[in-house]
Design a protein around this ligand. Structure first.
Ligand SMILES: NC(=O)c1ccc[n+]([C@@H]2O[C@H](COP(=O)([O-])OP(=O)(O)OC[C@H]3O[C@@H](n4cnc5c(N)ncnc54)[C@H](O)[C@@H]3O)[C@@H](O)[C@H]2O)c1
Length: 264
């Protein structure tokens, strides 16, 4: 159990896209930190499994199915969380999807999908969380999934990068607007993390560029200064800090956690 337990004992954290990957790692870590956890995902089967796993470990957890791109779903998520646990202290806008293709081949449908989930998802999640946090005592934390792709632009990832640059900008502006309500808004910017998303990215390089399996993964992770790819726990460490009271003086920051890839 982390040292944060006492200070966050009665606090509640909502994590979107938390049935798998980084979101699931973040949910586990915040549970260990003492938060009551609201899991959320569009994948109902994985979500149920993730809920059971946390319950079996003895954590207080509930799960809500929804699509972050749907504004009503996001407000429903907040309502369900408050009905169950009474308040929301931390809302992590984690859910996101990738797109890997040469820019000239990207179709309108794909543009809409990426912006709907990665950008509208963060906007609607922030609106829903902020409406609730404004009515509460204490400091609220909204924490967004950005990326190295929100600071640097990569070939084959043009659309994904555009959405993450948007998340970075939105994080700054909402930190300014929500400061008067004691709501902090920050973002975590992972590098190349070992999750289902990167399995799909690797496969897309095989499909579009004739790469061998794992070639893209090896190229992207090869130069990481700390000498290994990122694990969900590495990302969860930063989110845990941003969610804690030790980070109460931090707002409007988009912090890189990439083992040494992008330097800002
Ligand atoms: N994996 C990486 O290397 C990496 C690097 C930088 C940033 N990120 C960002 O971190 C976040 C999580 O990435 P990940 O690697 O864990 O992805 P993932 O694909 O491994 O897991 C994402 C989870 O979100 C869920 N999800 C997808 N669309 C959803 C929607 N519309 N509504 C609700 N849930 C939805 C999926 O079902 C899945 O459980 C994303 O925003 C991603 O862009 C990931």
């Amino acid at each position: 159990m982390s040292a944060n337990k006492t200070s966050t004992e009665s606090k509640v954290a909502v994590i979107t896209g938390s049935a798998a990957g980084l979101g699931n790692g973040i949910a586990k870590r915040l549970a260990e930190d003492g938060f009551k956890i609201v899991l959320h995902d569009i994948d109902e089967d994985n979500l149920k499994q993730a809920e059971q796993t946390l319950k079996d470990t003895g954590f207080e957890v509930t799960a809500v199915v929804g699509d972050v791109a749907n504004r009503d779903d996001q407000f429903n998520l907040v309502k369900q969380a408050v009905d169950k646990f009474g308040r929301i202290d931390v809302f992590v806008n984690n859910a996101g999807v990738e797109s890997v293709a040469p820019f000239l081949e990207i179709e309108e449908q794909e543009v809409d999908k990426l912006f709907n989930i990665n950008v509208k998802g963060v906007i609607f999640g922030t609106q829903a969380a902020a409406e609730q946090m404004k009515q509460q005592e204490g400091v609220g934390k909204i924490i967004n999934a950005c990326s190295i792709a929100g600071h640097e632009s990569y070939e084959m990832l043009s659309l994904y990068c555009a959405t993450k640059f948007a998340v970075r900008s939105f994080t700054y502006a909402t930190a300014k607007e929500l400061a008067e309500y004691d709501i902090r808004v920050n973002a975590y910017c992972p590098g190349v993390a070992d999750t289902p998303m990167w399995e799909r990215i690797d496969q897309a390089f095989v499909d579009h560029k004739g790469y061998a399996p794992k070639q893209a993964w090896n190229e992207f992770t090869g130069g990481i200064l700390v000498g290994r790819p990122q694990q969900p726990e590495d990302v969860a460490n930063l989110v845990s800090f941003l969610a804690s009271k030790d980070a109460n003086y931090i707002t409007g920051q988009t912090i890189l956690t990439d083992g040494g890839m992008v330097f800002r």
